[in-house]
Design a protein around this ligand. Structure first.
Ligand SMILES: O=c1ccn([C@@H]2O[C@H](COP(=O)(O)OP(=O)(O)O[C@H]3O[C@H](CO)[C@@H](O)[C@H](O)[C@H]3O)[C@@H](O)[C@H]2O)c(=O)[nH]1
Ligand SMILES: [Mn+2]
Length: 364
């Protein structure tokens, strides 16, 4: 591994017994198909239909075996990045949102706060861009308010090393404390933060488009004549980190609503991601992009560092260009009767491109 301690380890997950069982099932399936094929001549249409179905099942079984044949786990060691902090690349973080009614701005705000609060040696290397296909002044207003709240929330998270930095999730359970003086001080800050978050949430939830456009003045002027599917591009820098001192502040925050015209297809999320890469290219142009949907959040503040262990930790960078954290879900139905949480794919088939020990959680 270039320059010192290893950043990750590839651990094979032993499943010899399962491999054997899979193989036996395959042999039985093949035997069945062979038996059907051998006596096809003597039987009728039902036998043929059974042959086709079973052959298809055997084929799918081969694909299934391939996918889970020799799964591996990647253990990442962000602490070993400490001697190469200087060389860590900049990261542009992209959040897409499309509809303020289906994806409430407060949810997007929580996603953005969890990203702005990520642990990274130099927050000046991080920038967060939010693409709003809803072209909603409420979303823009919510993000502006979030930037104000972030100047309290982020120092709080870093000081007390908070684990989940999406405030709605953090405040959904009681604080973990003992009885010492430090705990007392923490509890006071916790209560203050909770009140501030509740104020933010009610400002956002009570915000309505008409009054923002009426009272918002210059700041929201571009939204006045904008129709959701027909408007020029709107870009707003809601927080510019370049004025903060090194080691302080939080990442840049940029609001973007791309140009829309009824005459052109807008290509949904892919179109939004294209525009995000173009806009970020002229502003911060980071070599690494991080993408989350607006209904997800980073549930581990070190997620960018874990990803760096996988992006930088190979001898040749050609071996790693993409890292995906497995999704964890919350608020879903018990036992996931509709399979929305894709547990089979992640837990049984182990299908991640690179697995690191952290993830993001969409609403169920
Ligand atoms: O015109 C659009 C439509 C959608 N989106 C955004 O795209 C994301 C995903 O859309 P959604 O409808 O929520 O898709 P899901 O099925 O919930 O998400 C799955 O599918 C997405 C698109 O394939 C992936 O990005 C997600 O990671 C995956 O969980 C959301 O942030 C949307 O706001 C836009 O920005 N513009
Ligand atoms: Mn979604």
């Amino acid at each position: 591994m270039a320059g010192g301690k290893k950043l990750h380890e590839r651990v094979a997950l032993g499943r010899t017994a399962w491999m054997l069982a899979d193989f036996v099932i395959l042999l039985l399936l093949l035997a069945l198909v062979a038996r059907r094929a051998a006596s096809l001549g003597e039987r009728g249409g039902t036998w043929l239909a059974a042959l086709v179905c079973e052959a298809w099942f055997a084929f799918v079984w081969i694909l299934n075996m391939n996918g889970k044949w020799s799964p591996v786990r990647f253990d990442t060691y962000p602490e070993n990045l400490s001697h190469r902090l200087e060389e860590l690349p900049a990261v542009d973080m992209f959040v897409t949102t499309a509809d303020p009614a289906l994806e409430p701005p407060l949810i997007t705000v929580n996603t953005v706060l969890s990203l702005l609060a990520l642990d990274y040696p130099d927050v000046g290397k991080l920038a967060c861009y939010v693409s709003d296909d809803g072209c909603s002044p409420v979303t823009c207003y919510a993000l502006r308010e979030a930037a104000k709240f972030a100047s309290l929330w982020i120092p709080f998270c870093k000081r007390y090393d908070i684990g989940v930095r999406a405030p709605f999730m953090y405040f959904s359970s009681a604080p973990e404390v003992g009885t010492g003086t430090a705990d007392h001080e923490f509890l006071e800050s916790w209560a203050l933060m909770k009140t501030e978050y509740e104020k933010l949430a009610s400002r956002i939830e009570n915000a309505d488009e008409v009054s923002i456009l009426r009272d918002g003045g210059e700041e929201f002027a571009e939204f006045i004549d904008a129709e959701r599917g027909n408007h020029p591009t709107i870009v707003k820098v809601l927080w510019d980190n370049s004025k903060s001192k090194a080691g302080e502040g939080f990442p840049h925050l940029v609001y973007l609503s791309r140009e829309k015209s009824p005459r052109h297809r807008h290509n949904f999320k892919a179109g939004a991601m294209n525009v995000l890469t173009r806009v970020s290219a002229v502003m911060t142009n980071a070599p690494i992009m991080l993408n989350v949907d607006c209904d997800m959040f980073a549930n581990n503040p070190q997620v960018a560092l874990h990803a760096m262990c996988l992006l930088l930790g190979f001898d040749d960078e050609i071996h790693s260009g993409f890292v995906q954290a497995p999704q964890k879900f919350y608020g879903g139905l018990k036992d996931d009767p509709f399979g929305n949480q894709m547990q089979v794919i992640t837990k049984v088939l182990h299908m991640h491109v690179h697995k690191c020990c952290c993830g993001s959680a969409p609403l169920g």
